[in-house]
Design a binder for this molecule. Sequence first.
Ligand SMILES: Nc1ncnc2c1ncn2[C@@H]1O[C@H](COP(=O)(O)OP(=O)(O)OP(=O)(O)O)[C@@H](O)[C@H]1O
Ligand SMILES: Nc1ncnc2c1ncn2[C@@H]1O[C@H](COP(=O)(O)OP(=O)(O)OP(=O)(O)O)[C@@H](O)[C@H]1O
Ligand SMILES: [Mg+2]
Ligand SMILES: [Mg+2]
Lengths: 256, 256
Amino acid sequence: MTKIIAFANQKGGVGKTTTAINIGASLAAIKKRVLLIDLDPQGNAGTGLGFVRASHRQSVYGVIMGTANAADNILSTAVQGMHILPSTMALAGAEVDLLDVENREYRLRDALKPIMEHYDYILLDCPPALGFLTLNALTTADYVIIPLQCEFYALEGISHLVNSIKEIKNKWNPNLEVLGVLLTMYDKRYGLTRAVEDDVRGTFGDRVFKTVVPRNVRVSEAPSHGKPALFYDFNSAGAQAYLRVATEVVQKTEKE
Amino acid sequence: MTKIIAFANQKGGVGKTTTAINIGASLAAIKKRVLLIDLDPQGNAGTGLGFVRASHRQSVYGVIMGTANAADNILSTAVQGMHILPSTMALAGAEVDLLDVENREYRLRDALKPIMEHYDYILLDCPPALGFLTLNALTTADYVIIPLQCEFYALEGISHLVNSIKEIKNKWNPNLEVLGVLLTMYDKRYGLTRAVEDDVRGTFGDRVFKTVVPRNVRVSEAPSHGKPALFYDFNSAGAQAYLRVATEVVQKTEKE
Ligand SMILES: Nc1ncnc2c1ncn2[C@@H]1O[C@H](COP(=O)(O)OP(=O)(O)OP(=O)(O)O)[C@@H](O)[C@H]1O
Ligand SMILES: Nc1ncnc2c1ncn2[C@@H]1O[C@H](COP(=O)(O)OP(=O)(O)OP(=O)(O)O)[C@@H](O)[C@H]1O
Ligand SMILES: [Mg+2]
Ligand SMILES: [Mg+2]
């Protein structure tokens, strides 16, 4: 049973792309078949895996518009067992392009049906907004992971995100569950970090991943080498944290 | 002559809001009359200055829609000499609400005309996207400051941002100038930070602020106290860096 996980948070720079890439690589390392879909017009999931922007014509834009099928736009990556459906700048125009179209919320979900059985996990990297592209991701996904920096602004916005997820669950996707909140760029030296962690664990209980991802320069260096942290510096604190997060993901989603 | 400065970068979490608030507070500290406008539906500029989300009905949304005037939606802040035109969630709907309206790019510019003479500086905090709200900011502004984290993804996206600014300058706003790229959350211990700095100074020359803003926990703690860093911890490295940046802003914009 293919599991679809969205990485969403309207707050910018909290680690959505970094988390999607590194959980993807970790799942591929334990022999799961993974497809990463870049729903952010910035295209960071692609560039973080070594794809030069605009060097490929494959894009999720045509797939969402209905002018192309998913299978023709999937590329393999340097990570054995992980494929990518990349984005291009054109994706920024999808919201307006599809404004008057029926069922525009289900575009992505319907387009993925023919290729789902080839993958164990499909990961959706979202842009920093609760607009059309994130909406399409959340109507398609079975689960949502909420990457959260332990900072004031990130904490401030989480209740609005959770309410939006509930609304989408009620209106369009009854299957949607919050798989967990993942604390990223965690720095135990700072009082602010610990204060935010206490607040989040108090509010979300065991829906907060046990693993926290530390701030670790190897994680932020890895994309400039076109690799996930696990393949850039296997023993780094960041790479090992993401491997543990992936284990928690498998435990939570393969319960059945 | 009122100077309008936008803080723009589609990359999320690079310090747009933090920079707008702290440059604003620094300008107010040297007795400039400042208006901060929050064009991000997240509303972080408001919450960073102590305004509880949804406790105020004032919003830039009505001003952009043309249903309200700017003067009625301006609030004073805890910082003497700095006012705010806050945002609300409704702002997220502005792009679609104004889709078929003539001259929608000039909505903000026209709405600010009646109140401009009351301020020396008007600062526009933008959301992490190159959509309608950032477009309105860039057609209104005289200058753009590009906050940039010294990281791979942030560097990756800057050429697209600069090209978009050029396009807006040609099509809608011939006055628009890049006032400078500001390096934020600078950590001189990391090789990646220095590599990005070398790349940026090589590309942008003296359009990069001489001052860099160091990563400084007091800067990220300040918004949880509803204050800019200067009023939370005057002597902190972050607050002092922003004071120096504001001095550079004055030098660059008050040349005449
Ligand atoms: N654990 C970590 N340690 C150090 N740096 C990190 C870590 N996680 C992410 N980063 C860095 O922080 C920055 C923000 O992360 P990332 O771009 O993944 O966030 P995002 O939420 O996808 O941003 P956006 O909102 O723009 O899509 C990046 O430069 C990334 O390399
Ligand atoms: N110099 C600094 N030192 C430490 N932390 C900082 C610094 N500047 C910003 N931050 C923190 O980094 C995070 C991102 O900054 P901020 O929210 O201002 O970026 P942004 O570009 O406005 O984000 P968004 O794209 O979501 O609008 C915030 O939690 C902020 O407190
Ligand atoms: Mg991202
Ligand atoms: Mg912001």
